[in-house]
Design a protein around this ligand. Structure first.
Ligand code: ADP
Ligand code: MG
Length: 245
């Protein structure tokens, strides 16, 4: 469960508030995708939920630890440590060599089961891998670290189409199996339509579209694109009105 009420956020030097009163309530195991133009406040919302930023006002309630893949994947990992060390560290509650040794074969098995050849790199520093490979590992770490709330910020953006499909299928399967309450930001409208039980669209610091249930299951990209254009037009008209004087 995750419940956020009336979250607002401004940054010094940024003229308009970045979040203008965001309400969102997710049930346990609910999988919600977030779309919206660059700068609409998506990452800031996730950073407030994870505690990286403090909201100016509003309330957040949650019933579990948070796991996340941040937009800048290097921030969520230690590039100079090996893939295995990064994964083991993400699963450790307190430092332990024996945990690390036990973890090894389990991690290698899990990576092998993805069937994308990443097991060859387990002992290489994460920084030596490609951006897409790092995103894959960061996602594995987040999903398997035991948190009940999963925050994903464009976690497939650096992947080629084949890897992207593999990682999205893995993400969706894991969310279902572990009943993870999930917020996933994506610019890929195919994925936003295909995955998740709910879709929200953000625009200029507000949630302007919220689709769930049957409506979400039947949602088509075409209607999503129409919504995008309609919202852009409305906001431009409104802003135009305000800015006249
Ligand atoms: P999105 O993820 O939807 O692309 P962000 O939430 O990253 O958007 O950013 C929304 C707006 O807030 C942008 O205009 C951005 O420049 C501004 N912003 C985000 N983080 C900061 C920060 N730490 N300091 C100042 N402005 C910021
Ligand atoms: Mg962002």
């Amino acid at each position: 469960m995750l419940k956020i009420d009336n979250i607002t956020k401004s940054f010094a030097g940024v003229f308009e508030p970045v979040l203008k009163g965001v309400d969102l309530s997710l049930k346990e195991g609910e999988f919600c995708t977030i779309i919206g133009a660059n700068g609409s406040g998506k990452s800031t919302l996730l950073k407030i939920i994870s505690g990286e930023h403090q909201a100016d006002s509003g309330k957040i309630q949650r019933n579990g630890e948070i796991s996340q893949v941040v937009q800048d994947v290097n921030k969520g990992t230690i590039p100079s440590m090996t893939m295995l060390e990064n994964i083991a560290l993400s699963r450790m509650k307190k430092p332990s060599f024996s945990f690390y040794n036990r973890c090894k074969s389990e991690v290698v098995d899990k990576i092998k089961s993805l069937n994308i050849g990443l097991e060859k790199f387990v002992n290489q520093p994460l920084g030596a891998l490609s951006g897409g490979q790092r995103q894959t590992i960061a996602t594995l770490m987040a999903i398997n670290s035991g948190g009940k709330i999963l925050l994903l910020d464009e976690h497939t953006s650096a992947l080629d189409p084949k890897m992207q499909t593999m990682l999205m299928e893995y993400t969706a399967k894991s969310v279902r199996e572990h009943r993870l309450t999930t917020l996933m930001i994506t610019h890929n409208l195919d994925d936003a339509v295909k995955y998740g039980d709910r879709l929200i669209m953000m625009h200029k610091g507000r949630i302007v579209v919220d689709v769930k249930g049957r409506k979400k299951a039947e949602l088509k990209i075409q209607s999503l694109l129409e919504m995008f254009h309609k919202i852009e037009d409305q906001i431009l008209l409104n802003d135009g009105g305000k800015n006249v004087c």
